[in-house]
Write a protein that binds this ligand. Sequence first.
Ligand code: ADP
Ligand code: MG
Length: 389
Amino acid sequence: MTAAAGSAAEGFEQAYGYAPEGVWAAPGRVNLIGEYTDVNEGHVLPIALPQCTRVAAAARTDGVLRLRSRRAEGTAELPLTALTPGAVQGWAAYPAGVAWALREAGLPVGGADVYVESDVPAGAGLSSSAALEVATALALTELHGAACGRPALARLAQRAENAFVGVPCGVMDQTASACCTAGHALHLDTRDLALRQLPFDLAAHGLRLLVVDTRVRHALADGAYAARRAGCEAAARALGVRALRDVPHEELEAALGRLADAALRPLVRHVVSEGERVREVTALLAAGEPRAAGPLLTAGHASLRDDFAVSCPELDLAVAVANGAGALGARMTGAGFGGSALALVEEGAADAVGEAVTAAFAAAGHRPPRVFAAVAGGGARRVPRGDLG
Ligand code: ADP
Ligand code: MG
């Protein structure tokens, strides 16, 4: 953290020729369970990753936003008054959209010089986009003395991604990045943003959470995401509920029977059964029994693969091989069609599971996956001055 934060400050200094006022960090996330429940106003259970995006920044008084990232060429220079949805393309749309959303909400946010650096892999389903948005939002609000609570900040970051960048994501990623606490999973009600921190110290239980970044992202991802969302909304309308989260698990079979459009049934079955799995995993974590969550993860994967149809061969392989090599449970995480899978494993089996997945990818002719153990990290924060090196 210290070296990385220092390097964000150094990058700023090289880019702009003076020292930043501060560095703000926001993490990526993995969702333990509750996939596509957030776009149905349901519950999710993410943890923050130790990997963070860091924004080194300083306020400007001329209403100009300058944006630069270690991952991209060039500097975007944008007058705040020119920010409208569609006006900014490429990566700069994420931080520019955040400035736009904060100002639209009436917060007194002015110009800034911004330098971005990150160790959250982009496009891996680990939410580098939310990490970038939340770190930017925290930097801009603190630089300009704008008061905004964390859940509200997350909502505005989501609005930036939805309305300014044009990605129809739910609110989970931004809330996880803004509101998680170290050593905990975050139980989030995405309808009212009610939060509950649940103990998630796997090491204390002799367990590990492996993340397998498949390093693939299939082209159908965006269209399929939008289509699944639209299908869920159509099903909710047909069932006469505001969102599928309002279909109780006990009434699932009856609800399926009432749906005339057979193509919508598997979508409803996934969303409603997934809501129940979130409830069960949450109860297990609250009871200090994370080990027992394994089979629920695997059941969640089967539901995403067979009913919601958003998995892909690489994710299915990672899950099957992890389970075959002794994982307690495994599933794809994130929107699917590539990205990452996770596996809950006994500490002693972690290496064998990781090696088995890597070997299976090689045998299938896939690119080598990136496998790492995830520990529940803290949410977004200002990096203490002393940590800037
Ligand atoms: P994910 O959020 O799963 O990583 P997304 O497609 O939602 O994948 O977001 C990735 C996009 O976010 C990148 O293509 C880029 O535009 C932007 N982004 C994320 N991190 C950075 C960064 N450090 N610098 C520049 N752009 C970034
Ligand atoms: Mg994203």
